[in-house]
Design a protein around this ligand. Structure first.
Ligand code: ZN
Length: 656
């Protein structure tokens, strides 16, 4: 049997028009805008809901660092984790240098590294809230403090910045932080036998391990994952010792959540399903997948599988959004997927993308890449407006401005993207995902190069191997590959056949070829100088239904074409949108409109519309045959909604 060794991936250039537009937007609009906001130089208003924290026009995130560095006087402002906005922004900037070198921006980021280094304590500690206003409380209220979460975000940024620029100082800050954490946490007598209420440090330490190869950091990440929940009362004991009074709380109300909310009620290996805060869950899962791969810990891998299955099979919206309730930004229960009160935090979709990518590193399974694609083209991407300056925190699947305004239970559901948030976790989180999307296109396992995303690109591997993928995805399913292999290396090339494309056609060097789909992939043996592949995916418009266990979607249909989920908006269709019915076999028509919403595929679908009752008609009447008219509903991609006038939107349409 022939033994393959896959060549190492060196560089990926994204050539997809769709993603190039977003990635340039990050450079030209998103990063400058967010930098101004974090320096309190932008004229913005902060959304009242969700997560306002009583803030008005200030982020103060850079000022907090300046105060900690001794460059400014004053108090800390904002959430205890306010620093993370800066770190995620820095990480996004670092990725952007890989495709758009920008000396002016680099001056800013180099100076920012200097500022962060200056703010860091001698022992490596850095969390400006505690340094400025509560130095005696460091690591004393971990349920709420987010200190390791905050430092984890710097570590991720530091690693990315070092990788992009070679700036040693950026990496040194990260290793000093990790050393500080290592000195303070563990099972030795003098250390804290605990962990952070918000997972993140685990995945961050894994990334630091990848760049430094220092086993200490992997061991520490493993410690945090296996120690979690060993003493279920750990947080309560800390709070008691730090001062039980509620005015000692760092984030009001946080102590009221049950232990499950923090994934700390029992050791992770015993947790059957993920509970609580959706972002915590997916960050934890990402850390578990990293550490399971590097340590071979089977309990952690089993937990990854359990949590993945529960989320994807029972708690995920068709758009990839997760987290069904605003209360605690959390999961609720299986098949509970309300569309108009859901949370679907942008960060949770970003985190789910991280998790999917790490699972792909463990196993070549198309399902992981399907979910990654679902997030990239729907749930995550909807977090940002087409102008790059407005953001969703919450991503509903059904919205009505009247409901958001008039029903307090829906006040978290904005129908237009906001300038900024009191808790501004989402905007820069999405920016760093978009800026690093080149890192999500291939997975190289020991004997195989997997091409699992249809985002056009040029990739360079060791041994002179080049893979070029061209297409007009997600609007067209014609995918063209050119593989150059000048030294005739032997390897396997796997291509995902997406779950939405039940059929496909493949030709290799012009000759039709049929290959079995194994766990979502087809595989080709490559050992010649070049190979040309043409893949045709099924881009027919699909009328979808949810499992009939999902009450909220019962008797409803949604429209999907390729990976893109569609939505009806009031901008294209006369309100109210609940007044339309679509047959399961309704006629659909698709066209690409390059002028609309920066270029989108538009679906028209035949529908029936009931005549709306007169406002003076009685509220309740006996059922009669309703007067209906035949109309066409116009649908646009979900990610592009709310870029025009304020109005209703819905993904799930009533079935005729
Ligand atoms: Zn967020």
């Amino acid at each position: 049997m022939q033994v393959y060794t896959a060549p190492k991936l060196n560089k990926v250039e994204v050539t997809s028009d769709f993603w190039k537009r977003y990635r340039e937007l990050v450079v030209k609009e998103v990063l400058p805008y967010q930098w101004k906001v974090m320096n309190d130089e932008a004229d913005i208003s902060i959304a009242e809901d969700p997560q306002n924290n009583g803030q008005d026009k200030n982020s103060h995130a850079v000022a907090n660092l300046k105060i900690a560095a001794g460059e400014m006087k004053g108090h800390h402002y904002g959430f205890p984790f306010q620093d993370t906005d800066v770190y995620k922004w820095l990480e996004a900037a670092a990725y952007s240098f890989g495709y758009h070198p920008n000396p002016d921006l680099k001056k800013i980021t180099d100076n920012l590294i200097d500022l962060i280094a200056k703010a860091q304590d001698d022992d490596g500690y850095l969390s400006t809230y505690f340094q400025i206003d509560a130095p005696e409380r460091k690591f004393k209220r971990l349920q709420q403090s987010h200190e390791l979460y905050t430092m984890g975000h710097y570590i991720e940024a530091g690693v990315a910045y070092y990788n992009a620029t070679g700036n040693q100082k950026a990496l040194d800050i990260a290793t000093r932080m990790a050393d500080c954490i290592d000195n303070n946490f563990g099972l030795e007598e003098s250390k804290i036998p605990g962990y952070d209420g918000h997972p993140e440090i685990e995945l961050a330490l894994s990334r630091l391990y990848e760049v430094t190869k220092n086993q200490k950091y992997m061991d520490l990440a493993h410690y945090f994952l296996t120690q979690r929940g060993q003493d279920p009362a750990f947080f309560e004991k800390q709070i008691k010792a730090d001062g039980d009074s509620v005015d000692r709380d760092l984030i009001p109300g946080m102590r009221d959540f049950p232990r499950e909310y923090y994934l700390a009620a029992e050791p992770i290996k015993d947790q059957k399903v993920p509970h609580g805060h959706a972002v915590r869950v997916v960050y934890l899962c990402t850390g578990m997948a990293y550490v399971a791969r590097y340590t071979g810990d089977k309990d952690l891998l089993a937990a990854c599988d359990r949590f993945w299955n529960d989320i994807v099979k029972r708690q995920m919206y068709i758009t990839g959004n997760i987290g069904q309730t605003t209360t605690g930004e959390a999961f609720t229960y299986d098949y509970d997927l309300p569309n108009d009160t859901d949370y679907g935090e942008t960060c949770a979709s970003v985190g789910m993308s991280f998790f999917a990518r790490q699972m792909l590193n463990i196993r070549a399974k198309g399902e992981y890449a399907d979910v990654l694609e679902k997030e990239l083209f729907n749930g995550a991407l909807s977090g940002m407006s087409l102008d790059g300056k407005h953001f969703f925190y919450v991503n509903p699947l059904e919205a009505d401005p009247a409901g958001s305004k008039g029903n307090p239970g829906k006040s978290h559901v904005l129908t237009h993207r906001a300038d900024w948030f009191g808790c501004a976790c989402c905007p820069a989180n999405l920016a760093r995902l978009i800026a690093s999307v080149d890192e999500y296109l291939y997975t190289v396992n020991e004997d195989t190069i997997l091409s699992h995303q249809f985002i056009a690109n040029e990739a360079e591997f060791d041994d002179g191997i080049k893979v070029s993928q061209t297409n007009h995805f997600p609007w067209s399913g014609d995918i063209h590959y050119e593989i150059e292999n000048p030294n005739k290396a032997s390897f396997k090339f796997g291509i995902r056949i997406p779950s939405w494309s039940a059929k496909y056609e493949l030709s290799v060097d012009g000759a039709a070829k049929s290959l079995p789909v194994e766990d979502g992939f087809i595989y080709l043996d490559v050992d010649g100088k070049s190979m040309t592949l043409d893949l045709k995916l099924d881009m027919s418009t699909k009328i979808m239904r949810a499992s009939n266990r999902v009450k909220a979607d019962y008797g409803k249909v949604a429209v999907q074409r390729g990976p893109v989920v569609y939505a009806a908006e009031e901008a294209d269709n006369e309100a109210p949108l609940w007044d339309y019915q679509v047959a399961a076999d309704a006629k659909t028509d698709y066209h690409f409109d390059e002028k609309l919403l920066d270029g989108v595929g538009v679906v028209k679908i035949a529908a029936k519309r009931e005549k709306l009752d007169d406002v003076n008609a009685p509220l309740y009447t006996e059922v009669q045959n309703e007067d209906t008219e035949n109309v066409d509903l116009t649908l646009v991609p979900y990610y592009s909604w709310a870029n025009r006038q304020d109005g209703q939107m819905r993904v799930w349409l009533n079935k005729e």
